[in-house]
Design a protein around this ligand. Structure first.
Ligand SMILES: Cc1cc2nc3c(=O)[nH]c(=O)nc-3n(C[C@H](O)[C@H](O)[C@H](O)COP(=O)(O)O)c2cc1C
Length: 333
């Protein structure tokens, strides 16, 4: 029904408006108890999986950027996600880049985006997370600095401030490789790892890798992750390479302008990185396969290459909510 009736209607509207409409819909949905009960029932599961001491109910998660401001993660979890990553969250509220900043490429099943760090800031996010203390899913927060913080000291302080404020509220934290330079990244990781409060039950810290990372850089990141005791990797985020967007003309690509490619257009870049991680660090680090996981087959491929979990964004938009259930079912089989 999603692809034949709902999607054609939604795809007439600009991507960011659809996104806002979805969140308005979710705010209404949470008050319709019979409907919510039915959706939850359809996707219920047990905490039967244990990963690095974290009990988790399903291996499919929602990637960062979908619920940047932690507005509706609890409702989104009803669709069967075992973990949801909100953010990117910064210390202060951010408007992000000027609109339009999200472009839907229907034929290529991809999205080009340059949203930036639009989010309401850590204090608002904390209040919203606190409203849902009893969760049946794991909540991650993707964190970053304010764009105005450019010195090494202010960058580390920004990450630490967001981390400290959300420490008790979240289950894991993600920092994006490439969002600050390599030396600052090391300093951030070291600071966060050493400032974890409760040594008996660590909050996990995972590193999100870009799809265009070279093998040489990846080896360096693994060394840094080992040295400073990070817990895992998300492989990967978007790519800057548009060569897999076979239906996008050069003129259209230029009209859209800058932006990273998500969805099918990531091609097999993310799978190659997951395979590399699977071959080299499986068991040592948690591996979350992400980026271009559009179908049940993609999810299974990711698991076969070494992923412990998968994370989706574009598939939720192009395939609809049922994809979460379908991926879960196929993976657990
Ligand atoms: C519109 C949009 C906004 C995004 N915002 C963020 C973000 O704020 N932080 C982040 O780490 N990733 C962000 N991402 C990247 C996604 O988390 C994900 O890594 C990427 O879309 C690849 O997954 P997919 O192919 O399943 O979409 C965003 C992606 C899109 C399409």
């Amino acid at each position: 029904m999603y692809k034949s009736i709902i999607r054609p209607f939604l795809f007439q509207i600009s991507p960011e408006r659809v996104h806002n409409l979805l969140f308005s819909g979710l705010k209404l949905y949470k008050h319709i108890s019979p409907l919510r009960g039915a959706v939850k029932h359809e996707n219920k599961g047990k905490f039967s999986i244990k990963l690095k001491e974290i009990p988790i109910k399903s291996r499919v998660g929602l990637a960062a950027g979908f619920d940047k401001g932690a507005e509706s993660f609890d409702e989104l979890a009803d669709f069967g996600f075992g973990f949801i990553e909100v953010g990117t969250v910064t210390p202060n509220p951010q408007l992000g880049n000027p609109k339009p900043r999200m472009f839907r490429l229907v034929k290529d099943e991809s999205i080009i985006s340059r949203t930036g760090f639009n989010n309401p800031g850590v204090d608002v996010v904390l209040e919203r997370i606190k409203m849902h203390p009893k969760r049946v899913y794991r909540l991650g927060v993707n964190i970053n600095r304010d764009p105005s913080s450019t010195t090494s000291e202010s960058i580390v302080n920004d990450f630490l401030l967001v981390f400290d404020k959300l420490y008790d509220a979240a289950d894991y934290f993600t920092i994006n490789w490439g969002s600050v330079d390599a030396l600052d990244f090391e300093a951030v990781l070291k600071t966060l790892v050493t400032s974890r409060k409760d040594k008996s039950f660590y909050k996990k810290i995972v590193i999100k890798l870009p799809a265009d990372i070279t093998e040489e850089t990846l080896l360096n990141v693994i060394i840094i992750a080992r040295k400073f005791e990070a817990d895992g990797f998300i492989a990967t985020g978007p790519t800057m390479d548009r060569s897999n967007l076979i239906c996008l003309s050069k003129a259209e690509s230029e009209r859209i302008g800058a932006g990273g490619v998500s969805g099918k257009g990531i091609g097999d870049k993310s799978k190659k990185i997951v395979k590399f991680l699977g071959d080299n660090v499986k068991g040592e680090f948690l591996i979350i396969g992400a980026g271009g996981v559009m179908t049940v087959h993609d999810a299974i491929d990711m698991m076969n290459y070494g992923a412990d979990l998968v994370q989706i964004y574009s598939a939720f938009i192009f395939e609809g909510p049922k994809i979460v259930h379908d991926m879960n079912k196929a993976i657990s089989r």
